[in-house]
Design a binder for this molecule. Structure first.
Ligand code: WT7
Length: 651
């Protein structure tokens, strides 16, 4: 963020205090902060007690092997039982778990009893295929209920799932399968998006063919499109799962049993397999979902618009809401299909009361105009949430006014794939909300902002966001790479978790998140590493060298801009940028396609050979260039900046 934008942000001093009406019914209380401060571990134990344990824990936290933590030691628990069976057992089997809305307009209503039957059938199916506790299963699915069923079936039998976002390429899927030695893939023929069917099976076929560990590919029929069929691997969901018994006796697993691996980008070219385990993760997902979203399972209709391929989908579509017995909406497609009011139509249709989405979506709607939300009755909405990147006060205010009827709290929730659940957020009904601020750490969470020297800074100052105490939903490691885990998160400020985000306390002690401080970009709330895109670019035979930066973008937060030096013999021409952009899509996925590729003759380097990304960002953001005196060749930048105005070459 530019200094100017930051200065503007920090002058934001509107505070929307909780209304008496909201406060009177809120799940959260002001005392929770005091209780957690007085005895943090007991506070977390109280939250864990809201779950059903097959065997109680003997110790709340074992931190003796830090930074690897063990929570609710010796406890035994089954995540799927907590998300499904116990609600049925409590007499709520008829409550709707999922209102599914397909993009073409097909719908399904799945009650907790239906969900229980499906999860049990899928669990039986997995066991029939020889899956046992401790195995890893890749899930590559569109946003259909079977994605959630597949995750819960894995949890039920103790196999860790590794959900790979459906927008990732065959190569991204393959490398994740390899890293985790996954035994099986659960997928579908395809899904519906932007008015047509997209295919998933071909990417799965390609990945499976190159993955010796894969023994089975389980395929849900969603679109009915033609698929290639490999008799030795492939099996239809309907032929395996729907033929199973709807009863399955679940076993409690150790609290630290792996629940899932989710890959996220780091500062190197290799994504990190973030490992989450069962008891602590589920405790935090359920607790945060209950207090931050103020969920009332009997009356609320909750809708999180994320994809299950990201952590938000894991914690706030699958585990948090279902652990709390909530009713939720799940939508398959894009917000503008078949028209730009599709989301608001869905809100009205199901009477959505709580909506959780990303700033990039909010800014897109803002651009489309007020007339679309105005076409529908949104008065059911009583709480709004935002996640994924800093939300600018203007978008925050638009969200509140155009969607929230100017009277709903907005929870701006800061967290990460690594944290497992929300860490910093207003507590609706208790704390006020400031447009653009995530306010403060939740009860049970300890955060600080440190300067370079590791000293905590005070109000009015900024630095690096650090989490100073372990929390139950914290990652337990990077799959297969303990050293990288220690190095990435625990070495910058010894013994404390370095989040990689810049942050600032305002004069009132509210936290403002300022974006990443490392070489990680945030595009539409998705984390993409500059190095990963650079590696994808240089893997093309035409490319000699590449430097990638995240340039601020009005809608997506950041956009990817790549500066590329071609190999001698390869000539720049009208088609080159497209070839390279498509190559990145093939290597990583369409989400990583650069917004703009500039072919340059040189890159700005220091005398020691380090690329000065700061200068490239200045160019990409059309700013006056910063100090160039440390460059080996200061004239390089003139050449580069002359080319930038050719504009985006997005197709
Ligand atoms: C990074 C984590 C957490 C689910 C979605 C992204 C940024 C996330 C906020 C927020 C400012 C935010 C941070 C963080 N971020 N939420 N409310 N305000 N920044 O998960 O892919 O693991 O990315 O997203 O930079 O480090 P992720």
């Amino acid at each position: 963020m530019s200094d100017e934008a930051l200065a503007n942000l920090m002058t934001e001093n509107r505070v929307f205090a909780p209304t008496a009406e909201f406060a009177a019914q809120a799940n959260a209380t002001a005392e929770m902060y005091d209780v957690a401060r007085a005895d943090r571990l007991q506070f977390w134990a109280d939250q864990a007690s809201n779950l059903q344990w097959e065997q109680p824990w003997s110790e709340i936290l074992d931190w003796s092997d830090a930074p690897v933590s063990r929570w609710f030691v010796d406890g035994k628990i089954n995540a799927a039982v907590n998300c499904v069976d116990r609600h049925v057992a409590a007499g709520n089997g008829d409550r709707v778990a999922i209102h599914f809305e397909g993009e073409p307009g097909d719908t399904r209503t799945i009650t907790y009893k239906d969900l229980q039957e499906l999860v049990c059938q899928a669990a039986n199916g997995l066991e029939e295929l020889g899956i046992t506790a401790g195995d890893r299963i890749a899930i590559y699915m569109p946003m259909i209920p079977e994605a959630v069923v597949a995750m819960l079936a894995c949890a039920r039998v103790g196999a860790a799932h590794s959900v790979v976002f459906g927008g990732f390429s065959a190569e991204a899927l393959r490398s994740r399968i390899e890293d985790a030695s996954a035994k099986m893939i659960i997928t579908s023929d395809g899904g519906f998006r932007r008015g047509s069917a997209f295919a998933l099976k071909p990417a799965v076929d390609e990945a499976a063919a190159a993955s010796p560990t894969i023994e089975h590919v389980l395929v849900v029929k969603r679109t009915g499109q033609d698929v290639d069929w490999n008799e030795s691997l492939d099996i239809w969901w309907d032929d395996l799962v729907l033929k199973q018994s709807t009863a399955h006796v679940a076993q409690g697993f150790d609290s630290e049993h792996p629940l899932f691996i989710l890959y996220t980008s780091g500062t190197t070219g290799k994504p990190k397999g973030i490992l989450h385990t069962t008891g602590g993760y589920l405790t935090q997902a359920a607790y945060t979902h209950r207090v931050v979203f103020d969920i009332k399972p009997e009356s609320d209709v909750y809708w999180c618009t994320a994809d299950v391929g990201w952590i938000t989908g894991h914690s706030y579509i699958t585990y948090g809401p279902l652990a709390n017995g909530a009713t939720q909406v799940m939508y398959e497609g894009t917000p503008d299909t078949p028209h730009k009011a599709r989301w608001w139509e869905i809100v009205e249709k199901y009477g959505v009361t709580i909506l959780y989405t990303a700033p990039t979506a909010i800014r897109t709607f803002m651009k489309w105009g007020d007339e679309f939300p105005a076409q529908h009755d949104l008065s059911s909405i009583r709480l709004l949430g935002s996640v994924g990147e800093p939300i600018n006060p203007e978008a925050w205010m638009w969200y509140r006014e155009a969607i929230g009827g100017n009277n709903t709290p907005i929870v701006d929730t800061w967290w990460q794939t690594e944290t497992g659940g929300i860490m910093i957020s207003p507590l609706p009904g208790v704390t006020g909300c400031k447009p653009g601020s995530a306010m403060g750490p939740l009860p049970g969470i300890n955060a600080e902002i440190f300067d370079d020297a590791g000293q905590a800074v005070g109000n009015g100052s900024g630095g690096y966001l650090v989490l100073t105490e372990p929390w139950p939903g914290m990652l337990r490691g990077i799959w297969g790479d303990l050293e990288r885990f220690k190095e990435t998160y625990w070495s910058r400020f010894s013994g404390m978790y370095f989040a990689g985000d810049g942050a600032k306390w305002d004069e009132d002690g509210a936290i403002w998140l300022l974006g990443r401080v490392d070489d990680v970009m945030n595009v539409s709330g998705h984390r993409i590493s500059t190095t990963e895109v650079e590696s994808a670019l240089v893997s093309h035979p035409m490319v000699a060298e590449a430097a990638v930066v995240g340039a601020s973008d009005e809608t997506t937060g950041q956009g990817i801009v790549a500066f590329v030096i071609l190999r001698s013999g390869s000539e720049d021409g009208p088609g080159v940028a497209k070839i390279l952009r498509d190559h990145v899509a093939k290597e990583i996925g369409a989400i990583a396609k650069p917004r703009q590729i500039m072919i340059v003759a040189e890159l700005p380097k220091t005398r020691s050979g380090k690329i000065m990304r700061r200068l490239l960002r200045d160019v990409a953001e059309h700013r006056t260039m910063g100090d160039v005196t440390t460059l080996a060749d200061p004239t390089v930048m003139n050449l580069i900046s002359q080319g930038i105005d050719s504009g985006p070459n997005e197709d």
